[in-house]
Design a protein around this ligand. Structure first.
Ligand SMILES: CC(C)(COP(=O)(O)OP(=O)(O)OC[C@H]1O[C@@H](n2cnc3c(N)ncnc32)[C@H](O)[C@@H]1OP(=O)(O)O)[C@@H](O)C(=O)NCCC(=O)NCCS
Length: 436
Protein backbone atom coordinates (compact mmCIF):
# COMPACT_ATOMS: atom_id res chain seq x y z
CA UNK A 1 0.00 0.00 0.00
CA UNK A 2 1.34 3.46 -0.85
CA UNK A 3 0.60 7.04 0.08
CA UNK A 4 -2.16 8.05 -2.34
CA UNK A 5 -1.21 11.75 -2.26
CA UNK A 6 2.29 11.00 -3.51
CA UNK A 7 1.25 8.81 -6.41
CA UNK A 8 3.12 9.15 -9.71
CA UNK A 9 1.06 10.14 -12.75
CA UNK A 10 1.59 6.92 -14.71
CA UNK A 11 -0.17 4.75 -12.23
CA UNK A 12 -3.45 3.14 -11.46
CA UNK A 13 -5.09 3.69 -8.10
CA UNK A 14 -7.01 0.63 -7.03
CA UNK A 15 -9.33 0.55 -4.06
CA UNK A 16 -10.05 -2.87 -2.59
CA UNK A 17 -13.60 -2.51 -1.31
CA UNK A 18 -13.20 -5.62 0.82
CA UNK A 19 -10.65 -3.88 3.01
CA UNK A 20 -10.99 -0.21 2.08
CA UNK A 21 -7.26 -0.08 1.25
CA UNK A 22 -5.93 1.77 -1.78
CA UNK A 23 -2.95 0.77 -3.86
CA UNK A 24 -0.93 2.55 -6.52
CA UNK A 25 0.13 0.34 -9.34
CA UNK A 26 2.65 1.60 -11.89
CA UNK A 27 1.57 1.79 -15.54
CA UNK A 28 4.27 1.16 -18.10
CA UNK A 29 3.70 0.69 -21.85
CA UNK A 30 -0.04 0.90 -21.15
CA UNK A 31 0.11 -2.20 -18.99
CA UNK A 32 0.31 -2.98 -15.31
CA UNK A 33 2.57 -5.77 -14.07
CA UNK A 34 0.33 -8.63 -12.93
CA UNK A 35 2.72 -9.34 -10.05
CA UNK A 36 1.96 -5.84 -8.64
CA UNK A 37 -1.60 -6.99 -8.02
CA UNK A 38 -0.17 -9.63 -5.70
CA UNK A 39 0.21 -7.01 -2.95
CA UNK A 40 -3.61 -6.67 -2.81
CA UNK A 41 -4.73 -9.25 -0.30
CA UNK A 42 -7.35 -9.74 2.37
CA UNK A 43 -4.99 -11.09 5.01
CA UNK A 44 -1.26 -11.74 5.07
CA UNK A 45 -1.68 -15.51 4.88
CA UNK A 46 -3.99 -15.48 1.85
CA UNK A 47 -2.75 -15.34 -1.75
CA UNK A 48 -2.69 -11.93 -3.39
CA UNK A 49 -5.06 -10.78 -6.11
CA UNK A 50 -4.50 -12.29 -9.56
CA UNK A 51 -6.10 -11.77 -12.95
CA UNK A 52 -8.28 -14.37 -14.68
CA UNK A 53 -7.73 -14.38 -18.43
CA UNK A 54 -8.52 -17.63 -20.30
CA UNK A 55 -7.06 -17.45 -23.78
CA UNK A 56 -4.90 -14.45 -22.81
CA UNK A 57 -7.34 -12.00 -24.36
CA UNK A 58 -5.91 -9.03 -22.49
CA UNK A 59 -2.58 -10.15 -21.10
CA UNK A 60 0.86 -9.33 -22.52
CA UNK A 61 3.22 -12.27 -22.03
CA UNK A 62 6.37 -10.63 -23.34
CA UNK A 63 8.01 -7.55 -24.77
CA UNK A 64 8.69 -8.10 -28.44
CA UNK A 65 10.27 -6.08 -31.24
CA UNK A 66 9.42 -8.58 -33.99
CA UNK A 67 5.92 -7.83 -35.28
CA UNK A 68 3.51 -4.95 -34.84
CA UNK A 69 -0.23 -5.31 -35.37
CA UNK A 70 -2.94 -2.68 -35.09
CA UNK A 71 -6.05 -4.81 -35.39
CA UNK A 72 -8.45 -1.87 -35.48
CA UNK A 73 -6.67 -0.22 -38.38
CA UNK A 74 -5.69 -3.44 -40.14
CA UNK A 75 -1.92 -2.78 -39.93
CA UNK A 76 0.74 -5.49 -39.91
CA UNK A 77 4.48 -4.73 -39.84
CA UNK A 78 7.50 -7.02 -39.50
CA UNK A 79 10.30 -5.21 -37.67
CA UNK A 80 8.61 -1.95 -38.63
CA UNK A 81 8.22 -2.68 -42.37
CA UNK A 82 4.61 -2.77 -43.68
CA UNK A 83 3.55 -6.21 -44.89
CA UNK A 84 2.33 -4.73 -48.20
CA UNK A 85 5.84 -3.50 -49.09
CA UNK A 86 7.51 -6.74 -48.06
CA UNK A 87 5.00 -8.85 -50.03
CA UNK A 88 5.51 -6.76 -53.13
CA UNK A 89 9.24 -6.09 -53.06
CA UNK A 90 11.03 -8.61 -50.84
CA UNK A 91 11.59 -12.36 -50.84
CA UNK A 92 10.69 -14.93 -48.20
CA UNK A 93 14.33 -15.53 -47.31
CA UNK A 94 15.03 -11.81 -46.96
CA UNK A 95 11.96 -11.50 -44.72
CA UNK A 96 13.19 -14.49 -42.69
CA UNK A 97 16.55 -12.72 -42.23
CA UNK A 98 14.77 -9.52 -41.23
CA UNK A 99 12.55 -11.25 -38.68
CA UNK A 100 15.39 -13.13 -37.04
CA UNK A 101 18.13 -10.50 -37.17
CA UNK A 102 16.00 -7.40 -36.69
CA UNK A 103 17.22 -5.54 -39.76
CA UNK A 104 17.47 -5.94 -43.49
CA UNK A 105 20.62 -7.70 -44.73
CA UNK A 106 23.46 -6.07 -46.67
CA UNK A 107 24.13 -7.71 -50.05
CA UNK A 108 26.89 -9.80 -48.51
CA UNK A 109 24.78 -10.84 -45.51
CA UNK A 110 21.92 -11.79 -47.81
CA UNK A 111 24.13 -13.90 -50.07
CA UNK A 112 25.66 -15.70 -47.10
CA UNK A 113 22.19 -16.27 -45.61
CA UNK A 114 20.75 -17.69 -48.86
CA UNK A 115 23.85 -19.86 -49.27
CA UNK A 116 23.55 -21.21 -45.72
CA UNK A 117 19.85 -21.99 -46.07
CA UNK A 118 20.34 -23.58 -49.50
CA UNK A 119 23.10 -25.88 -48.30
CA UNK A 120 21.19 -27.13 -45.29
CA UNK A 121 18.12 -28.31 -47.17
CA UNK A 122 19.17 -31.97 -47.09
CA UNK A 123 18.18 -34.15 -44.15
CA UNK A 124 19.86 -37.25 -42.76
CA UNK A 125 18.86 -40.43 -44.60
CA UNK A 126 17.44 -41.78 -41.34
CA UNK A 127 14.86 -38.98 -41.47
CA UNK A 128 13.72 -40.37 -44.80
CA UNK A 129 13.24 -43.82 -43.28
CA UNK A 130 11.44 -42.25 -40.35
CA UNK A 131 9.00 -40.46 -42.69
CA UNK A 132 8.53 -43.63 -44.72
CA UNK A 133 7.47 -45.40 -41.53
CA UNK A 134 4.19 -43.48 -41.33
CA UNK A 135 0.97 -45.11 -42.47
CA UNK A 136 0.00 -44.46 -46.09
CA UNK A 137 -2.85 -42.14 -45.05
CA UNK A 138 -1.03 -40.22 -42.28
CA UNK A 139 -1.93 -36.53 -42.14
CA UNK A 140 1.09 -34.56 -43.44
CA UNK A 141 0.81 -32.12 -40.54
CA UNK A 142 1.18 -34.97 -38.04
CA UNK A 143 4.19 -36.16 -40.03
CA UNK A 144 5.71 -32.68 -40.07
CA UNK A 145 5.19 -32.23 -36.34
CA UNK A 146 6.86 -35.55 -35.59
CA UNK A 147 9.73 -35.11 -38.02
CA UNK A 148 10.62 -31.58 -36.83
CA UNK A 149 10.63 -32.89 -33.29
CA UNK A 150 12.74 -35.84 -34.43
CA UNK A 151 15.39 -33.44 -35.77
CA UNK A 152 16.30 -32.68 -32.15
CA UNK A 153 17.69 -36.21 -31.93
CA UNK A 154 19.89 -35.60 -34.97
CA UNK A 155 21.30 -32.35 -33.54
CA UNK A 156 21.75 -32.99 -29.81
CA UNK A 157 24.05 -29.96 -29.62
CA UNK A 158 20.95 -27.81 -30.21
CA UNK A 159 20.29 -27.87 -26.45
CA UNK A 160 23.15 -25.43 -26.10
CA UNK A 161 20.76 -22.52 -26.46
CA UNK A 162 22.89 -19.94 -24.65
CA UNK A 163 25.41 -19.94 -27.50
CA UNK A 164 24.32 -17.43 -30.17
CA UNK A 165 26.28 -19.15 -32.96
CA UNK A 166 24.68 -22.46 -32.10
CA UNK A 167 21.21 -20.89 -32.14
CA UNK A 168 21.97 -19.38 -35.54
CA UNK A 169 22.95 -22.81 -36.90
CA UNK A 170 19.74 -24.46 -35.67
CA UNK A 171 17.61 -21.64 -37.08
CA UNK A 172 19.29 -21.98 -40.47
CA UNK A 173 18.77 -25.73 -40.39
CA UNK A 174 15.13 -25.46 -39.52
CA UNK A 175 14.24 -22.86 -42.17
CA UNK A 176 16.19 -24.94 -44.71
CA UNK A 177 14.73 -28.33 -43.82
CA UNK A 178 11.06 -27.51 -43.25
CA UNK A 179 10.24 -27.54 -47.00
CA UNK A 180 12.07 -30.86 -47.37
CA UNK A 181 10.07 -32.41 -44.52
CA UNK A 182 6.81 -30.85 -45.75
CA UNK A 183 7.36 -32.00 -49.34
CA UNK A 184 8.25 -35.53 -48.23
CA UNK A 185 5.12 -35.73 -46.07
CA UNK A 186 3.16 -34.81 -49.21
CA UNK A 187 4.95 -37.36 -51.42
CA UNK A 188 4.51 -40.08 -48.83
CA UNK A 189 0.74 -39.57 -48.81
CA UNK A 190 0.77 -39.81 -52.60
CA UNK A 191 2.92 -42.93 -52.67
CA UNK A 192 5.53 -41.13 -54.76
CA UNK A 193 9.31 -41.32 -54.35
CA UNK A 194 10.91 -38.55 -52.33
CA UNK A 195 12.66 -35.85 -54.33
CA UNK A 196 15.96 -34.57 -52.93
CA UNK A 197 16.57 -30.82 -52.73
CA UNK A 198 17.94 -29.09 -55.83
CA UNK A 199 20.39 -26.47 -54.64
CA UNK A 200 20.43 -24.76 -58.03
CA UNK A 201 16.91 -23.50 -57.41
CA UNK A 202 15.52 -20.71 -55.25
CA UNK A 203 13.86 -21.58 -51.91
CA UNK A 204 10.34 -21.65 -53.33
CA UNK A 205 11.29 -23.23 -56.66
CA UNK A 206 13.13 -25.97 -54.80
CA UNK A 207 10.09 -26.59 -52.61
CA UNK A 208 7.88 -26.89 -55.70
CA UNK A 209 10.44 -29.23 -57.24
CA UNK A 210 10.44 -31.52 -54.17
CA UNK A 211 6.64 -31.53 -54.28
CA UNK A 212 5.93 -32.04 -57.95
CA UNK A 213 9.02 -33.26 -59.85
CA UNK A 214 8.63 -36.65 -61.49
CA UNK A 215 11.10 -37.91 -64.11
CA UNK A 216 12.38 -34.58 -65.44
CA UNK A 217 16.06 -33.69 -64.91
CA UNK A 218 15.20 -30.41 -63.28
CA UNK A 219 11.82 -29.01 -62.30
CA UNK A 220 11.04 -25.58 -63.77
CA UNK A 221 8.15 -23.99 -61.89
CA UNK A 222 6.13 -21.27 -63.57
CA UNK A 223 7.72 -18.06 -62.19
CA UNK A 224 4.27 -16.60 -61.44
CA UNK A 225 3.44 -19.63 -59.29
CA UNK A 226 6.82 -19.53 -57.53
CA UNK A 227 6.37 -15.82 -56.83
CA UNK A 228 2.78 -16.27 -55.54
CA UNK A 229 3.93 -19.05 -53.20
CA UNK A 230 6.82 -16.87 -52.00
CA UNK A 231 4.32 -14.07 -51.24
CA UNK A 232 2.09 -16.51 -49.35
CA UNK A 233 5.05 -17.60 -47.23
CA UNK A 234 5.89 -13.93 -46.50
CA UNK A 235 2.30 -13.24 -45.44
CA UNK A 236 2.42 -16.12 -42.97
CA UNK A 237 5.93 -15.47 -41.65
CA UNK A 238 4.94 -13.97 -38.31
CA UNK A 239 1.91 -12.71 -36.47
CA UNK A 240 3.12 -11.79 -32.97
CA UNK A 241 1.69 -13.75 -30.03
CA UNK A 242 -0.74 -16.09 -31.82
CA UNK A 243 -1.58 -19.55 -30.51
CA UNK A 244 1.35 -21.41 -32.13
CA UNK A 245 3.91 -18.70 -31.33
CA UNK A 246 2.70 -18.73 -27.77
CA UNK A 247 3.16 -22.52 -27.81
CA UNK A 248 6.74 -22.14 -29.12
CA UNK A 249 7.50 -19.53 -26.46
CA UNK A 250 5.81 -21.49 -23.70
CA UNK A 251 7.62 -24.73 -24.51
CA UNK A 252 10.85 -22.84 -25.30
CA UNK A 253 10.69 -21.19 -21.87
CA UNK A 254 11.63 -24.56 -20.36
CA UNK A 255 14.94 -24.10 -22.27
CA UNK A 256 14.32 -27.16 -24.40
CA UNK A 257 16.03 -27.29 -27.82
CA UNK A 258 14.41 -25.25 -30.64
CA UNK A 259 13.30 -28.31 -32.68
CA UNK A 260 11.12 -29.45 -29.79
CA UNK A 261 9.79 -25.91 -29.27
CA UNK A 262 8.93 -25.56 -32.97
CA UNK A 263 7.28 -29.01 -32.97
CA UNK A 264 4.95 -27.58 -30.30
CA UNK A 265 4.23 -24.66 -32.64
CA UNK A 266 3.38 -27.08 -35.46
CA UNK A 267 1.06 -28.95 -33.08
CA UNK A 268 -0.79 -25.75 -32.17
CA UNK A 269 -1.07 -24.77 -35.81
CA UNK A 270 -2.66 -28.12 -36.62
CA UNK A 271 -5.90 -27.10 -34.85
CA UNK A 272 -8.92 -25.93 -36.89
CA UNK A 273 -9.21 -22.61 -35.08
CA UNK A 274 -5.66 -21.70 -36.06
CA UNK A 275 -3.87 -23.07 -39.13
CA UNK A 276 -6.59 -25.52 -40.08
CA UNK A 277 -9.12 -22.81 -40.88
CA UNK A 278 -8.43 -22.56 -44.63
CA UNK A 279 -9.08 -26.28 -45.02
CA UNK A 280 -12.38 -25.68 -43.21
CA UNK A 281 -13.14 -22.75 -45.55
CA UNK A 282 -12.90 -25.00 -48.60
CA UNK A 283 -15.09 -27.66 -47.02
CA UNK A 284 -17.61 -24.94 -46.20
CA UNK A 285 -17.56 -23.48 -49.74
CA UNK A 286 -18.04 -26.93 -51.22
CA UNK A 287 -20.93 -27.62 -48.90
CA UNK A 288 -22.62 -24.35 -49.85
CA UNK A 289 -22.20 -25.48 -53.44
CA UNK A 290 -23.77 -22.53 -55.26
CA UNK A 291 -24.59 -18.87 -54.79
CA UNK A 292 -28.32 -19.51 -54.25
CA UNK A 293 -27.57 -21.44 -51.05
CA UNK A 294 -25.65 -18.57 -49.44
CA UNK A 295 -28.60 -16.79 -47.70
CA UNK A 296 -29.69 -20.02 -45.97
CA UNK A 297 -26.11 -20.68 -44.92
CA UNK A 298 -25.73 -17.15 -43.50
CA UNK A 299 -28.96 -17.60 -41.55
CA UNK A 300 -27.52 -20.78 -40.01
CA UNK A 301 -24.38 -18.87 -38.97
CA UNK A 302 -26.43 -16.09 -37.42
CA UNK A 303 -28.52 -18.61 -35.51
CA UNK A 304 -25.31 -19.94 -33.99
CA UNK A 305 -25.52 -23.31 -35.78
CA UNK A 306 -22.04 -22.91 -37.24
CA UNK A 307 -19.28 -20.42 -37.99
CA UNK A 308 -18.43 -18.62 -41.16
CA UNK A 309 -14.94 -20.06 -41.47
CA UNK A 310 -12.23 -17.64 -42.62
CA UNK A 311 -14.03 -14.76 -40.92
CA UNK A 312 -13.23 -13.14 -37.61
CA UNK A 313 -9.98 -12.73 -35.79
CA UNK A 314 -8.87 -12.28 -32.21
CA UNK A 315 -6.82 -9.23 -33.16
CA UNK A 316 -8.16 -7.84 -36.45
CA UNK A 317 -11.42 -6.02 -36.08
CA UNK A 318 -10.97 -4.73 -39.62
CA UNK A 319 -10.07 -6.34 -42.95
CA UNK A 320 -7.00 -8.54 -42.34
CA UNK A 321 -4.27 -6.86 -44.49
CA UNK A 322 -3.00 -10.30 -45.48
CA UNK A 323 -6.42 -11.25 -46.86
CA UNK A 324 -6.23 -8.26 -49.22
CA UNK A 325 -2.79 -9.32 -50.48
CA UNK A 326 -3.91 -12.93 -50.88
CA UNK A 327 -6.88 -11.83 -52.94
CA UNK A 328 -4.37 -10.12 -55.25
CA UNK A 329 -2.18 -13.24 -55.38
CA UNK A 330 -5.32 -15.21 -56.36
CA UNK A 331 -5.45 -13.26 -59.63
CA UNK A 332 -1.81 -14.11 -60.48
CA UNK A 333 -2.26 -17.80 -59.74
CA UNK A 334 -5.61 -18.11 -61.52
CA UNK A 335 -4.01 -16.53 -64.60
CA UNK A 336 -1.82 -19.64 -64.80
CA UNK A 337 -4.17 -22.31 -63.48
CA UNK A 338 -7.63 -21.06 -64.50
CA UNK A 339 -10.19 -19.78 -61.99
CA UNK A 340 -11.24 -21.98 -59.09
CA UNK A 341 -15.07 -22.18 -59.36
CA UNK A 342 -15.37 -21.83 -55.57
CA UNK A 343 -13.99 -18.29 -55.89
CA UNK A 344 -17.34 -17.02 -57.07
CA UNK A 345 -19.08 -18.42 -53.99
CA UNK A 346 -16.39 -16.99 -51.71
CA UNK A 347 -16.67 -13.53 -53.21
CA UNK A 348 -20.44 -13.51 -52.95
CA UNK A 349 -20.29 -14.79 -49.38
CA UNK A 350 -17.85 -12.03 -48.48
CA UNK A 351 -20.06 -9.39 -50.11
CA UNK A 352 -23.16 -10.51 -48.22
CA UNK A 353 -21.38 -10.94 -44.89
CA UNK A 354 -19.72 -7.52 -45.05
CA UNK A 355 -23.15 -5.89 -45.38
CA UNK A 356 -24.97 -8.04 -42.82
CA UNK A 357 -25.59 -6.51 -39.41
CA UNK A 358 -24.52 -9.66 -37.52
CA UNK A 359 -20.99 -9.51 -38.96
CA UNK A 360 -20.77 -5.70 -39.02
CA UNK A 361 -21.73 -5.42 -35.35
CA UNK A 362 -19.18 -8.04 -34.30
CA UNK A 363 -16.56 -6.58 -36.62
CA UNK A 364 -16.04 -9.87 -38.43
CA UNK A 365 -13.99 -9.51 -41.62
CA UNK A 366 -12.24 -12.02 -43.88
CA UNK A 367 -8.99 -13.27 -42.37
CA UNK A 368 -5.88 -14.70 -44.04
CA UNK A 369 -7.51 -18.10 -44.42
CA UNK A 370 -10.55 -17.03 -46.37
CA UNK A 371 -8.83 -16.96 -49.76
CA UNK A 372 -5.57 -18.85 -49.15
CA UNK A 373 -7.22 -22.28 -49.48
CA UNK A 374 -8.50 -21.37 -52.94
CA UNK A 375 -4.97 -20.59 -54.12
CA UNK A 376 -3.51 -23.69 -52.57
CA UNK A 377 -6.14 -25.82 -54.24
CA UNK A 378 -5.39 -24.18 -57.59
CA UNK A 379 -1.73 -25.07 -57.02
CA UNK A 380 -2.78 -28.76 -56.75
CA UNK A 381 -2.34 -29.02 -53.00
CA UNK A 382 -4.77 -31.33 -51.22
CA UNK A 383 -6.40 -29.62 -48.19
CA UNK A 384 -4.28 -31.57 -45.68
CA UNK A 385 -1.22 -29.76 -47.07
CA UNK A 386 -2.53 -26.23 -46.47
CA UNK A 387 -1.43 -26.10 -42.86
CA UNK A 388 1.96 -27.54 -43.80
CA UNK A 389 2.46 -24.53 -46.10
CA UNK A 390 1.45 -22.25 -43.25
CA UNK A 391 3.97 -23.97 -40.96
CA UNK A 392 6.80 -23.53 -43.46
CA UNK A 393 5.94 -19.84 -43.78
CA UNK A 394 5.64 -19.37 -40.01
CA UNK A 395 8.96 -21.05 -39.16
CA UNK A 396 11.11 -17.85 -39.33
CA UNK A 397 8.57 -16.08 -37.10
CA UNK A 398 8.57 -18.88 -34.53
CA UNK A 399 12.36 -18.84 -34.53
CA UNK A 400 12.62 -15.05 -34.31
CA UNK A 401 10.29 -15.12 -31.31
CA UNK A 402 12.11 -18.06 -29.76
CA UNK A 403 15.47 -16.29 -30.21
CA UNK A 404 14.03 -13.15 -28.64
CA UNK A 405 12.69 -15.19 -25.71
CA UNK A 406 16.03 -16.87 -25.07
CA UNK A 407 17.87 -13.53 -24.97
CA UNK A 408 15.20 -11.73 -22.89
CA UNK A 409 16.31 -11.44 -19.28
CA UNK A 410 12.76 -10.73 -18.08
CA UNK A 411 11.45 -14.08 -19.32
CA UNK A 412 10.75 -16.98 -17.00
CA UNK A 413 9.45 -20.50 -17.45
CA UNK A 414 5.77 -20.18 -18.50
CA UNK A 415 3.58 -21.20 -15.62
CA UNK A 416 0.13 -19.58 -15.39
CA UNK A 417 -1.98 -19.54 -12.27
CA UNK A 418 -5.33 -21.26 -11.95
CA UNK A 419 -8.51 -20.76 -9.99
CA UNK A 420 -9.02 -24.10 -8.31
CA UNK A 421 -12.63 -25.28 -8.51
CA UNK A 422 -12.33 -28.90 -7.37
CA UNK A 423 -12.88 -30.74 -4.06
CA UNK A 424 -10.48 -30.48 -1.13
CA UNK A 425 -9.41 -32.61 1.77
CA UNK A 426 -11.41 -35.70 0.83
CA UNK A 427 -10.67 -38.96 2.63
CA UNK A 428 -9.41 -41.69 0.33
CA UNK A 429 -11.24 -45.04 0.66
CA UNK A 430 -9.25 -47.96 -0.84
CA UNK A 431 -10.82 -49.68 -3.87
CA UNK A 432 -11.58 -52.94 -2.07
CA UNK A 433 -13.64 -51.02 0.50
CA UNK A 434 -15.40 -48.77 -2.06
CA UNK A 435 -16.33 -51.70 -4.26
CA UNK A 436 -17.31 -54.04 -1.45
C1 LIG B 1 -10.65 -16.55 -35.09
C2 LIG B 1 -11.61 -16.76 -33.93
C3 LIG B 1 -11.23 -18.09 -33.23
C4 LIG B 1 -11.47 -15.60 -32.94
O1 LIG B 1 -12.20 -15.90 -31.82
P1 LIG B 1 -12.41 -14.89 -30.60
O2 LIG B 1 -11.45 -13.77 -30.66
O3 LIG B 1 -12.41 -15.72 -29.37
O4 LIG B 1 -13.83 -14.24 -30.89
P2 LIG B 1 -15.20 -14.73 -30.29
O5 LIG B 1 -15.36 -16.21 -30.47
O6 LIG B 1 -15.30 -14.17 -28.90
O7 LIG B 1 -16.24 -13.99 -31.25
C5 LIG B 1 -16.95 -12.79 -30.91
C6 LIG B 1 -18.36 -12.91 -31.46
O8 LIG B 1 -18.33 -13.09 -32.89
C7 LIG B 1 -18.88 -14.35 -33.25
N1 LIG B 1 -17.98 -14.95 -34.27
C8 LIG B 1 -16.63 -14.92 -34.27
N2 LIG B 1 -16.17 -15.51 -35.38
C9 LIG B 1 -17.26 -15.90 -36.09
C10 LIG B 1 -17.40 -16.57 -37.31
N3 LIG B 1 -16.34 -16.93 -38.03
N4 LIG B 1 -18.66 -16.83 -37.75
C11 LIG B 1 -19.72 -16.44 -37.02
N5 LIG B 1 -19.65 -15.80 -35.84
C12 LIG B 1 -18.42 -15.53 -35.38
C13 LIG B 1 -18.88 -15.19 -31.98
O9 LIG B 1 -19.88 -16.18 -32.02
C14 LIG B 1 -19.12 -14.12 -30.95
O10 LIG B 1 -20.49 -13.79 -31.01
P3 LIG B 1 -21.31 -13.44 -29.67
O11 LIG B 1 -20.66 -12.19 -29.15
O12 LIG B 1 -22.71 -13.27 -30.11
O13 LIG B 1 -21.11 -14.61 -28.74
C15 LIG B 1 -13.08 -16.81 -34.43
O14 LIG B 1 -13.41 -15.59 -35.07
C16 LIG B 1 -13.34 -17.99 -35.34
O15 LIG B 1 -13.59 -19.09 -34.85
N6 LIG B 1 -13.28 -17.79 -36.70
C17 LIG B 1 -13.47 -18.87 -37.62
C18 LIG B 1 -12.20 -19.70 -37.69
C19 LIG B 1 -11.09 -18.98 -38.46
O16 LIG B 1 -11.32 -18.46 -39.55
N7 LIG B 1 -9.88 -19.03 -37.89
C20 LIG B 1 -8.69 -18.47 -38.52
C21 LIG B 1 -8.13 -17.33 -37.76
S1 LIG B 1 -6.77 -16.63 -38.67
Amino acid sequence: MTDVAAKPTDSLTVRDNRTGKEYDIAISDNTIAAKDLGQIRLTDDEPGLATYDPGFVNTASCRSAVTFIDGDKGILEYRGYPIEQLAEKSTFLEVAYLLINGELPTKEQYETWVHEITYHTFVHENVKEFVQGFRYDAHPMGMLMASVGALSTFYPDAVNISDAENRHMQMVRMIAKMPTLGAWAFRHAQGKPFVYPDNELSYTENFLSMLFRMSEQSYAADPRIAKALDVLLILHADHEQNCSTNAVRSVGSSQVDPYSAVAAGVAALYGPLHGGANEAVLRMLRRIGSKENIPAFIEGVKNGEEKLMGFGHRVYKNYDPRAKLIKKACDDVFEVTGVNPLLEIAQELEKIALEDEYFVKRRLYPNVDFYSGLIYEALQFPPEMFTVLFAIGRTPGWLAQWNELITDKEQKIARPKQIYTGDRQLTFVPAEERWA
